[in-house]
Design a protein around this ligand. Structure first.
Ligand code: RB5
Length: 143
């Protein structure tokens, strides 16, 4: 599975830990930035990640900012993107099973690294249920 990850300055430190974790798990990851803790604009990085997903160059994306909110709002503007803001493991599992979410958003000022990595593992390890009712509901609002 190919992954894309992006952050703004609010998510920069957490992204470093996430990248180490994903490398240890053997994932192929494209890191679109940002590359320093200097202040920057999160929509720039959400767009880079969603472009990689929509082009098929990545299967799933991870976006981290201070709250995760701006990243999720920006990512969900792109047709075909189903970005889920998750700060608990239950939501990360449910959004893969029910919503076939293709982007996970998190706030580094909301969760610590331990919980963040559990949320990420759950998101990446949970398949879409492929149940008819979920396919129908997704088709009512998303490609
Ligand atoms: C940056 O200060 C902060 O606004 C950003 O990381 C994010 O939380 C926006 O939703």
């Amino acid at each position: 599975m190919k992954l894309a990850i992006g952050c703004d300055h609010g998510g920069f430190e957490l992204k470093k830990e996430v990248l180490e974790h994903l490398a240890a798990r053997g994932f192929e990851v494209t890191d679109v930035g940002c590359d320093s803790p200097a202040s920057c604009d999160y929509p720039e990085y959400s767009k880079k990640v969603t472009d990689l997903i929509l082009s098929g160059e990545a299967d799933l994306g991870i976006l981290i900012c201070g709250t995760g909110i701006g990243m999720s709002m920006a990512a969900n503007k792109e047709r075909g993107i189903r970005a889920a803001l998750c700060h608990d493991v239950f939501s990360a599992k449910a959004t893969r099973e029910h919503n076939n979410a293709n982007v996970l958003c998190m706030g580094a000022r909301v969760v610590g690294p331990g919980l963040a990595l559990m949320i990420i593992d759950t998101f990446l390890d949970t398949p879409f249920s492929n149940e008819e009712r979920h396919i129908r509901r997704i088709s009512l609002y998303s490609d």
